[in-house]
Design a binder for this molecule. Structure first.
Ligand code: FES
Length: 161
């Protein structure tokens, strides 16, 4: 019986297959293929890893090893909006943990996980390079500086609508 995920993502698998066919004859294609697959699917579930293994003849264990080693890859589906709270030193001393706690409470999720409705993924980040605005939070490409826990609710509202 065909897997439900594979059935529902046929066009994405076809796109990945044509990409693999185009690079197959080159050396060292695993990283670029995984990156492409993540761009297409948004994440790398087991079904996608199995497909890559079959199409490239690279053992699944090797693929899994690379996917779990590099933080740029994820095996879990992300939410529609990605929230990153900077826990770099400048932000941390200015209270970014409190921002994180408030988000966690508002969204009812732990850090590193996604809300049940798949709207938000909450993550901790390293220094975002704008320490003058500490504490800093990002939602997708929007930067929120000098954050305070009391602003969290209003800001989230914009993305919920
Ligand atoms: S420490 Fe947060 S932006 Fe630099």
């Amino acid at each position: 019986m065909q897997n439900e995920f594979v059935e529902s993502r046929k066009s994405e698998f076809a796109e990945l297959k044509s990409y693999i066919d185009s690079v197959k004859s080159s050396q060292g294609i695993l990283m670029q293929t995984l990156q492409k697959a993540q761009d297409i699917f948004g994440y790398l579930p087991l079904e996608v890893q199995q497909f890559i293994s079959k199409e490239t003849n690279i053992p699944l264990a090797d693929i899994y090893g690379v996917v779990t080693f590099y933080t740029q890859f994820t095996v879990e589906e992300k939410g529609k909006h990605k929230i990153g709270v900077c826990l770099g030193t400048a932000c941390y001393v200015k209270g970014s943990q409190e921002i994180m706690d408030k988000l966690s409470e508002e969204l009812n999720v732990k850090v590193g996980t996604t809300t049940e409705d798949r709207m938000f993924t909450l993550e901790a980040t390293r220094c975002l390079g704008c320490c003058g605005l500490a504490p800093v939070m990002m939602i997708d490409d929007d930067v929120y500086g000098k954050m305070e826990p009391k602003r969290v609710h209003e800001i989230l509202k914009k993305y919920r609508n």
